[in-house]
Design a protein around this ligand. Sequence first.
Ligand SMILES: [Zn+2]
Length: 133
Amino acid sequence: MNTKTIQQLKQELLDKKGTLSNMQAMNKQTDVERDASLTDVMDRSEVEESWFNKERMSQHWKVELIQIDSALQRIEAGTFGVCEECDDEIPVKRLRVRPDASLCLNCQESAERELGHGHRMVRPSSAPTQFLQ
Ligand SMILES: [Zn+2]
């Protein structure tokens, strides 16, 4: 892969990282607002639902940020674009879609097969009653 491509992908990763950090910050902000006002307006299940969605999004962003960071580290280390599993090169076409991909398509697919499809969302047990008092 040439340096220019890597630079482009790096920029993309940095942009994405900035966006995700902003969204996380906003997510935290609305938390505070919700406690003050929304609990009066929304019924219990709605509040639970919105808490749950938000928590899920924030988990999702956290995972993405970790993936982005590790991709940036791979760029610095010069191992970017190499599959972590089989050491094959990850096609640039794939990296343009998923610049934070750490596996080639083959390894990604077998990893997903191992995990099983349709990740079921499990409501965290610490969820929301304590916020509804
Ligand atoms: Zn591979």
